[in-house]
Design a protein around this ligand. Structure first.
Ligand code: RIB
Length: 294
C-alpha cells in the first residue's frame, strides 16, 4: 500500500521569545533558527521515519532546494516535488518559554498547484493507497475529488483551520485526523465531548482520529472507539507535534498494525518531538519510539 502526501513545504524562521509579541509591541527574540518545515513536509518526514514508503508531491521555488534535499535525505520519494517560479512558502514561528508557538504563513509556491500537476502526481496511485492532505496548499478540493475517483483512501488533516474547508467535498474523505479546535469547527459543536458525535453524524463513512492534547487521542470508526492516553513530558517546542502524530499513525496503518498500536506509536512519537526544538528536525525514528515504549 503506497502513501502519497500532497502538501506544503516551508522554510521555517523560528524565533525564541520571552512571550508572544502583543499588538503595538516591539520585542527582541533570544534566538533565531532557519530550518525546514511545512505541515506537508513534516508529515512526510514523520511517515518515512516511522518506516513507511512515502511519496511527497508539492512545490518549491528556486530558494527551496534544502526542502527537497531534506525530504530525500530522510527517505522520502521526491519525484513529485517540483520547482516553480515563485518563492518557497515560509513560516514565521514564535516559540515562548513553555514551548507553545504561534505561526504566520506565506504560501508562496505552495499556492501554485495546477490541475495538470495534480493529475500527474496521482497517476501512479491506485485503489486502497493513501492520499494525505493538510490545508496549506491550493486546490485541495480538486485533489480530493480526483484521488477519491481513483479509489484512494483520502486522509484530511484540516490544519490550519480556515474558511475554505467547509466548501470542500468532505463527504469523500475516508479519514479525518484533527485536533479539538479543528474538530469543533468542522462539526459545528462547541463542546469538546460532542465533537466526535458531531463529526460521526456528518461523515458516517469516515474514520476519525481526534487528538485532545493532555487528554490523549481517540479513534472512532467501524462502530467502535479506541482511546489512547497522552505521554507526559516537559515540552520545549510543540511545533510539528501534530504532524509527527499524523505521520506515525498512518505509517502504522499502512503497515497493517491495529489502531491501538498506531495510536500508541503516534502518541509516543509526538511526545518525544515536543522535547526537542524545531519542526521536522524534532521527529524521532521508529526505533527510538519503539525503544521508549518498552
Ligand atoms: O505544523 C508545524 C508547521 O506549521 C511548521 O513547520 C510551519 O511551517 C507551519 O506550516
Amino acid at each position: 500500500m503506497k502513501i502519497l502526501n500532497f502538501g506544503s513545504l516551508n522554510l521555517d524562521l523560528v524565533y525564541q521569545m520571552p512571550h508572544f509579541v502583543r499588538a503595538g509591541e516591539t520585542l527582541s527574540s533570544t534566538s533565531f533558527t532557519r530550518s525546514v518545515g511545512g505541515k506537508g513536509l513534516n508529515q512526510s518526514v514523520a511517515l518515512a521515519k516511522a518506516g513507511a514508503q512515502v511519496y511527497h508531491a508539492g512545490l518549491v521555488g528556486e530558494d527551496g532546494e534544502m526542502l527537497r534535499s531534506f525530504l530525500q535525505e530522510n527517505g522520502v520519494d521526491v519525484r513529485f516535488v517540483r520547482t516553480v517560479d515563485a518563492p518557497s512558502g515560509h513560516a514565521v514561528i514564535q516559540v515562548e518559554p513553555a514551548g507553545n508557538n504561534c505561526i504566520f504563513l506565506y504560501g508562496g509556491a505552495n499556492q501554485c498547484v495546477t490541475e495538470a500537476f495534480i493529475r500527474e502526481a496521482l497517476e501512479p496511485f491506485e485503489a486502497g493507497d493513501f492520499l494525505i492532505l493538510q490545508n496549506e496548499i491550493n486546490d485541495i478540493g480538486r485533489i480530493i475529488e480526483l484521488a477519491a475517483d481513483r479509489g484512494m483512501q483520502v486522509v484530511l488533516n484540516p490544519s490550519p483551520i480556515a474558511d475554505n474547508l467547509k466548501s470542500l467535498p468532505l463527504e469523500r474523505i475516508s479519514w479525518f485526523i484533527l485536533n479539538e479546535i479543528e474538530g469543533a469547527e468542522l462539526s459545528g459543536r462547541s463542546d469538546a465531548g460532542d465533537v466526535l458525535e458531531g463529526l460521526t453524524a456528518l461523515y458516517p463513512h469516515a474514520r476519525i482520529v481526534l487528538t485532545l492534547g493532555s487528554e490523549g487521542s481517540v479513534y472512532a470508526g467501524e462502530g467502535r472507539r479506541v482511546h489512547q492516553s497522552a505521554y507526559r513530558v516537559k515540552a520545549v517546542d510543540t511545533t510539528a507535534a501534530g504532524d509527527t502524530f499524523t505521520g506515525f499513525f498512518f505509517a502504522a496503518m499502512a503497515e497493517g498494525a491495529p489502531v491501538e498500536e498506531a495510536l500508541r506509536r503516534a502518541s509516543k512519537a509526538s511526545a518525544i518531538s515536543v522535547t526537542r526544538p524545531g519542526a521536522a528536525a524534532s521527529i524521532p525514528t521508529l526505533d527510538e519510539v519503539l525503544e521508549a515504549l518498552k
